[in-house]
Design a protein around this ligand. Structure first.
Ligand SMILES: Cc1cc2nc3c(=O)[nH]c(=O)nc-3n(C[C@H](O)[C@H](O)[C@H](O)COP(=O)(O)O)c2cc1C
Length: 206
């Protein structure tokens, strides 16, 4: 297994893939990395559609101006489940049973989580979408890094028509596609892309 630091350092956005198929057990490994990602209140409201069939991949060409996306042997459409917010209390109970909050005020004072659940139920659609998308991003990046670990390349794609993709995939209204992730064996080995120096990222130390 590759060291995490090495995976972080060697990851690139890959935009050209070999045509070799990605075996199903490998795809399962990728999805399992997403499953293990943390999420707010352990909501686990990120969902995935695995697109492999040549017919579906060709349809995807209508959903993005970037042809390399559909040329990948597998594309994962990453979705949020807007109804996932409704599970807050169930997930909280599971966390309590798993002793997740031992030694913190959350373990002894149920009103804290209740207040948080209430706050959530009054969030508007835009705030819900932002919150679930933040959670989805973590799961997606877990896939991206696990892909490096397995010798695969991928590229986050937000340049696509979400509504068109949703309808193409026949998804229920509750789901929104927030990113596409083409994945395959890299047919390019790009140099590291520019990054700002650390000094520009750290606003201050206090
Ligand atoms: C949220 C997000 C959205 C992105 N959307 C696209 C996209 O639509 N098309 C694309 O070619 N690359 C996209 N990228 C890849 C970025 O361009 C890339 O991460 C950045 O240029 C740095 O390059 P690197 O990933 O190789 O380090 C996206 C990346 C992120 C994190």
């Amino acid at each position: 297994m590759m060291e995490l630091l090495k995976a972080i350092q060697s990851r690139r956005s890959i935009r050209k893939f070999k045509s070799n198929e990605v075996p199903d057990p490998v795809i399962k490994e990728l999805l399992d990395a997403a499953r293990l990602a943390p999420s707010g209140s352990n909501l686990q409201a990120t969902r995935f559609v695995v697109i492999k069939s040549p017919v579906e991949r060709m349809k995807l060409k209508e959903c993005t101006p970037l042809p390399f996306v559909a040329h990948a042997p597998v594309i994962i459409a990453c979705c949020i489940d807007r109804e996932g917010m409704g599970n807050t209390r169930v997930r909280y109970r599971e966390l309590m049973e798993a002793q997740a909050f031992v030694g913190t005020p959350l373990a002894d004072d149920p009103t804290l989580m209740e207040a948080s659940a209430k706050r959530r139920s009054s969030m508007d659609q835009a705030a819900i979408k932002a919150y679930l998308t933040l959670n989805a991003a973590i799961a997606i990046e877990h896939i991206v890094l696990r892909a490096v670990d397995l010798g695969l390349g991928s590229c986050w794609i937000m340049m696509f028509d979400s509504a068109k993709t949703k309808s193409m995939l026949g998804l229920e209204d509750r789901y929104d596609v927030v990113a596409l992730l083409p994945i395959g064996y890299p047919d390019q080995s790009p140099a590291a892309r520019p990054r700002l120096p650390l000094e520009e990222l750290v606003l201050k130390e206090v």
